[in-house]
Design a protein around this ligand. Structure first.
Ligand code: GA4
Length: 332
């Protein structure tokens, strides 16, 4: 097992414990074949109900994720100080361990949070092989995100010649804010007797502020999503698929037709680490976030006060992880 903290110091971290999710309804996560004829309707349906789905048949060669996974595990196996010297401390970008954001949130994980532009990973002195794997992986996943955003627009009924409206806010736009987060959750069975009905928080419950997030993990589970009825359900890991999250900004752009999904991660209890890589697609800071005219019906009122991505991001970074960040923008 890889240690993510100096011996002894973990006892001082007040890790939150969550009741484990209902083991039952794992089948609830829709799987969508991105190349199938009905994909657009299925995407819109999943984003409107759960804000989450599993994308299959995405066209990304498995070798890209394998190379990134190998490079990331080698990085996380380095001594703590070396990781910090190369990339940290996260503020918010860089290498972080247990501390999430700057407002006191903690979790049982270590991570790399990086800004990525087309063909480049910005501002870090990572090992060249990891940097290259990240760039190749990101270029491929950006395309998946772009394809999904086109399907979203189609599923929302946007006319064919305007379907790139969402994609164009993120992909290939100067100044769009794309990030990649590599999360490593070492097993922590040492902390709790096995079989208890509580788990240790890997990453606390939250929604993502961006437009879209595209996640891929190794074979170790732990991710859970919250259903509209308040139940938490585990997401069975599938290294061959990508998991797509609706972010807060997309909820506003669709005037609430798509819902940003609350999700969290419980730390693994067995012997295997969980490694996940998440691509966050955010627009340029000046991008106005308001319901798209293409999705509004005649006479429909916006549910949100308008803001720019730059404003929202600034406000979001002052919040705690679990806060309802869209609250202050909701209109009565
Ligand atoms: C959640 C989604 C992304 O991981 C992230 C996170 C960010 C961080 O880790 O620095 C935040 C969190 C995320 C939302 C609220 C603030 C900011 C931690 C936190 C407490 C990189 C992002 O963009 O927002």
């Amino acid at each position: 097992m890889v240690a993510i903290t100096a011996p002894g110091s973990i006892e001082r971290i007040p890790l939150v414990r969550y009741p484990k999710a209902n083991a039952g309804p794992t089948a609830v996560i829709p799987a969508i074949d991105l190349s199938a004829p009905g994909a657009a309707a299925a995407v819109a349906d999943a984003c409107g109900s759960l804000g989450f789905f599993r994308a299959t048949n995405h066209g990304v060669p498995a070798g890209l994720a394998d190379a990134l996974e190998a490079g990331a595990m080698a990085f996380f196996a380095l001594p703590h100080q070396e990781k910090l010297d190369m990339s940290g401390p996260a503020s918010p970008l860089g290498y972080g361990s247990k501390s999430i954001g700057s407002n006191g949130d903690v979790g049982w994980l270590e991570y790399l949070l990086l800004s990525v532009g087309s063909g480049s990973v910005v501002g870090s002195s990572l090992p060249p092989s990891l940097r290259m794997a990240l760039e190749e992986y990101t270029d491929a996943v950006r395309e998946v995100g772009g394809r999904v955003m086109e399907l979203m627009a189609e599923g929302l009924g946007v006319a064919a010649d305007e379907r790139a409206v969402l994609r164009r806010m993120v992909v290939g736009i100067d100044g769009s804010e794309e990030m990649v987060r590599v999360n490593h959750y070492p097993p922590c069975s040492c902390l709790l007797p096995p079989g208890r009905d509580c788990g240790v928080t890997g990453f606390g419950e939250h929604t993502d502020p961006q437009i879209i997030s595209v996640l891929r993990s190794n074979c170790t589970g732990g991710l859970q999503i919250k259903l509209r009825d308040g139940r938490w359900v585990p997401v069975p890991p599938d290294p061959d698929s990508f998991f797509v999250n609706v972010g807060d900004s997309l909820q506003v752009l669709t005037n609430g037709r798509f819902r940003s999904v609350k999700h969290r991660v419980l730390a693994p209890e067995g012997t295997q680490s969980r490694l996940s890589v998440i691509y966050f697609g955010g627009p340029a800071p000046s991008q106005r976030i308001a319901p798209l005219p293409q999705v509004m019906r005649e006479g429909e009122q916006s549910l949100y006060r308008e803001f720019t991505w730059g404003e929202y991001k600034k406000a979001a970074y002052k919040t705690r992880l679990g806060d309802h960040r869209l609250g202050p923008y909701e209109l009565p």
